[in-house]
Design a protein. Structure first.
Length: 79
């Protein structure tokens, strides 16, 4: 069970960090490909996306990744 717990911890951490990084990549790409340019910058677009209605799917994925990490930590600590 320790190996499965370790795998779940690694997978959960990758899900959380990866989902946030993908949204950051999309924000920077959308800002750089905009024909009129970004007036507020890519970071403002990133935080607007995080706290908008479209960002709910991202937070669901982050919660799933956190649960997978937590579950793996529990499995790893049990004898």
């Amino acid at each position: 069970m320790r190996r499965l717990g370790t795998f779940l911890m690694i997978a959960g951490a990758n899900i959380v960090v990866g989902s946030l990084a993908i949204v950051l990549y999309f924000a920077f790409t959308a800002c750089s490909l905009s024909p009129d340019g970004c007036t507020h910058g890519p970071w403002a677009l990133y935080f607007d996306l995080l706290f908008s209605r479209d960002g709910i799917a991202l937070w669901v994925i982050v919660l799933i990744g956190s649960y997978v990490f937590w579950r793996g930590k529990q499995m790893r600590s049990s004898p």
